[in-house]
Write a new protein. Structure first.
Length: 111
């Protein structure tokens, strides 16, 4: 009697044995969606607009900038290299993200 190898289970099937079991499929997503608080877009005061305008003039292609902007009901902060500034189209592109000038709240330049 030789040791006859059993049929091997494919790796994908074996991996499924160790996958976390989600008894309530979609619950983690539903919970994280509930945690998101939507906020109204901030209307800039004259002073805030002047500060933003000065910062926007400091933007140049290739420079690293941090931009706080309004996106889908929340404010998001993105730091990265300025890829494009389109003044006529009023768009700022940080890496691959295009941001409308009107949605920008703050621009800073990290050291």
């Amino acid at each position: 009697m030789g040791n006859k190898p059993r049929n091997k289970m494919p790796i994908e099937e074996r991996a499924k044995q160790f996958m976390p079991f989600a008894a309530l499929k979609g619950l983690p997503d539903a919970l994280s969606a509930k945690e998101k608080i939507t906020v109204p877009k901030i209307e800039l005061s004259e002073e805030m607009a002047e500060t933003l305008d000065r910062a926007m003039h400091g933007l140049s292609k290739g420079r690293i900038a941090s931009v706080v902007y309004f996106h889908k009901g929340e404010y998001v902060k993105l730091t990265g290299m300025v890829a494009r500034i389109d003044e006529s189209g009023r768009l700022l592109q940080i890496v691959n993200t295009k941001i409308c000038f009107d949605d920008i709240l703050e621009v800073t330049f990290p050291e």
